[in-house]
Design a protein around this ligand. Structure first.
Ligand SMILES: Cc1ncc(COP(=O)(O)O)c(C=O)c1O
Length: 340
C-alpha cells in the first residue's frame, strides 16, 4: 500500500501532507518493563510536518475541506499547548494559508513548547479565558474571530473539532486503522489490544470504527487524559456516526466496541502527573522513545497500571499509539528536569 489517504479513502478529498504509512515497531524492552508479552508502537510521532503527531492525518482532510470551500484562512480554538494548533499552524504555513488560533487561558509569562512553534509558523494568536473546550463561549469567540478576519478581507474556515469538523477527523483515523490492518497482515501479527491517549477522542473513534470494519478483533482502549469517560463514550459513538457518510458501506460503531478508561488525568488536564513523568522516563530509557507528560505519558502510565492490576492480560499483545506531542516535553521542563 502507498499509505496515502487518497487511496485508502477514495471518495474523500485530501491533501498529501504526512509521511505515511508511519512505522509499526516492536518495543521488547518496554514490553518487559511494563509486564506484557508483546508490545508494538505505532510511530505516529513520525508522521512528518511541523513535528508530526496524530493531527497530521486529520489535517490532510480538514485542510482539503478548507481549500475546497475556497478559504484562504483557518481559525480554531484549543488549549495553549495544543498539538493540534501547532500542527495546523505548521501545515497551513506550508500551504500558504493564514492561521488564526484562539488559545484557552491567560497569556503565559514564557511562550515555550507548542506555543513557541505556533509563533514560529506565523500564526495569529489570541487568548481566551475559558477552561472547558465544550464551553459555548469558545465557539462564540471562534465565530467572532472568523467575522473579524472576514472584515479584513480574508475567507476563513472555522475548524471546530468537538463540533462540525468531527466527522472528517474520525474518517482520517479510519484511514489510520486500515493502514494498521495492512501492517498487521504484512508483519504477520494479530494484536489483541490497541492503547492510546484520548482528548477529543476522534482518533479513538476512527481507529475503533476502522478496525471493526476491517474485521480485526483488536480491542481499542482509550486512556482519557481530559474528560470523564461517561461524557466521552456517547460522544465517540456520535462522532463515529458522523464519519459514516464519508465511508463506504459497513457497520457503525457501538459503545460496547471500545473501552474508555478513567483515572489517569492526574491533578488536571495538561498537568504532568508523577506516573506520567515516570512513564516518559521509562519509555526513553528502555527504547529511546520520546513521550510527553500530557498525552502519551499518561496513556503509557495507564497501560502499565492496567497490566499491573490485571485489567489487561500480561500474556497479551498490545499496540501503543505514539500520537506525538513531543513539544509538550519542552513546555514541562520543571516537571521533568529536576530529578535524576
Ligand atoms: C499528542 C496527542 N496525543 C493524543 C491526543 C488525543 O487525540 P484526540 O483528540 O483525537 O483524542 C492529542 C490531542 O490533542 C495529542 O495532541
Amino acid at each position: 500500500m502507498n499509505g496515502k489517504l487518497s487511496s485508502i479513502l477514495p471518495g474523500v478529498p485530501s491533501i498529501d501532507l504526512g509521511v505515511f504509512p508511519t512505522p509499526l515497531e516492536p518495543a521488547p524492552r518496554l514490553a518487559a518493563a511494563i509486564g506484557v508479552a508483546a508490545l508494538h508502537v505505532k510511530r505516529e510521532d513520525l508522521s512528518g510536518p511541523a513535528l508530526g503527531g496524530n493531527k497530521v492525518r486529520k489535517l490532510e482532510l480538514l485542510l482539503a475541506d478548507a481549500r475546497a470551500r475556497g478559504c484562504d484562512a483557518v481559525v480554531t480554538t484549543a488549549g495553549q499547548q495544543s498539538n493540534f494548533c501547532r500542527a495546523l499552524a505548521g501545515t497551513a504555513a506550508k500551504l500558504g494559508i493564514h492561521c488564526a488560533l484562539l488559545l484557552r487561558g491567560a497569556p503565559p509569562p514564557v511562550e515555550g513548547g507548542n506555543l513557541l512553534l505556533d509563533r514560529l509558523f506565523g500564526a495569529e494568536v489570541r487568548f481566551l479565558d475559558v477552561k472547558d473546550p465544550w464551553d459555548p463561549r469558545a465557539k462564540e469567540a471562534l465565530d467572532a474571530l472568523a467575522a473579524e478576519l472576514r472584515a479584513r478581507g480574508r475567507r476563513p474556515h472555522v475548524i471546530h473539532l468537538p463540533g462540525e469538523s468531527a466527522g472528517l477527523g474520525v474518517a482520517a483515523w479510519v484511514g489510520g486503522a486500515l493502514e494498521l490492518d495492512a501492517q498487521f497482515a504484512a508483519q504477520g501479527i494479530d494484536p489483541d489490544r490497541l492503547v492510546l491517549a484520548c482528548g477529543s477522542s476522534l482518533t479513538l473513534a476512527g481507529l475503533a470504527l476502522g478496525l471493526k470494519r476491517a474485521g480485526r478483533r483488536c480491542r481499542v482502549s482509550g486512556i482519557s487524559v481530559q474528560q470523564p469517560a461517561a461524557r466521552l463514550v456517547p460522544w465517540v459513538v456520535e462522532a463515529a456516526a458522523r464519519a459514516l457518510p464519508l465511508l463506504g458501506p459497513g457497520p457503525a460503531l457501538e459503545a460496547g466496541d471500545f473501552d474508555m478508561i478513567d483515572g489517569f488525568v492526574g491533578e488536571a488536564y495538561g498537568k504532568p502527573s508523577p506516573e506520567a513523568v515516570a512513564a516518559v522516563r521509562l519509555a526513553g530509557g528502555s527504547e529511546g522513545l520520546v513521550l510527553d507528560p500530557v498525552y502519551t505519558g499518561k496513556a503509557m502510565a495507564g497501560l502499565a497500571a492496567c497490566l499491573r492490576d490485571g485489567r489487561f492480560a500480561a500474556r497479551g499483545h498490545v499496540v501503543f499509539l505514539h500520537s506525538g506531542g513531543t513539544p509538550g516535553l519542552f513546555a514541562n521542563v520543571d516537571a521533568l528536569g529536576g530529578q535524576r
